[in-house]
Design a protein around this ligand. Structure first.
Ligand code: 3PG
Length: 180
């Protein structure tokens, strides 16, 4: 999987191509377009069509209905701030990776029961950062993490250096890419 997962919030549909182009120019070939705005579904469709070489997924997917729409729009992966059994089932049915937000052992156990082995650790900075992530990973050798929330240029390498971290997510990737 891609090491960097930019959290993208589309406020106007026209921004989609500008943002994906900027990400690509910074060497980032992934985008998590969030269902935080009404444009998510159309933006995913547009991104998939215009940037087929990029891995476009859907973020902030909080129920099965949004998940269905995201998959129909062409999302290649699904991310949630927490864990939704409905979303997990939809993803399994469609053979699409699902990264649910998990910050407690119970949530990780639930993810494992659903056949999920990579979870989003969110909000990483609030739930104890790398120290907490390491403690949480000890009883679950089969689990990999995508810390997200409060990740920035300064701390991302430290997270990525830990072998149980497969990727980092964050909105700062978009801000950085647009600044260039
Ligand atoms: C998310 O939904 O993953 C977060 O809003 C990203 O957090 P950040 O803005 O601190 O990167």
């Amino acid at each position: 999987m891609e090491k960097y997962i930019p959290v993208v919030v589309i406020k106007k549909l026209e921004e989609t191509c500008t943002i994906l182009k900027a990400l690509k120019a910074s060497g980032i070939y992934s985008a998590e377009i969030t269902f935080r705005t009404e444009y998510a579904e159309e933006a995913i469709k547009l991104a998939v069509k215009e940037f087929p070489e990029m891995k476009t997924g859907a973020g902030t997917v909080i129920n099965g209905e949004q998940c269905k729409r995201a998959i129909a729009a062409g999302a290649k992966f699904i991310v949630s701030p927490g864990l939704s059994r409905d979303v997990a089932e939809q993803c399994k049915k469609n053979d699409i990776p699902y990264y649910p937000g998990c910050v407690t052992p119970t949530e990780i156990m639930e993810a494992l029961n659903l056949g999920i082995t990579t979870v989003k650790f969110f909000p990483a900075n609030i739930y104890g950062g790398l120290k907490a992530l390491k403690a949480l990973s000890a009883p679950f050798p089969q689990i990999k993490f995508i810390p997200t929330g409060g990740i920035n240029k300064e701390n991302m390498e430290e997270y990525l250096a830990y072998d149980r971290v497969v990727a980092v997510g964050g909105s700062f990737f978009v801000e950085e890419a647009l600044r260039k």
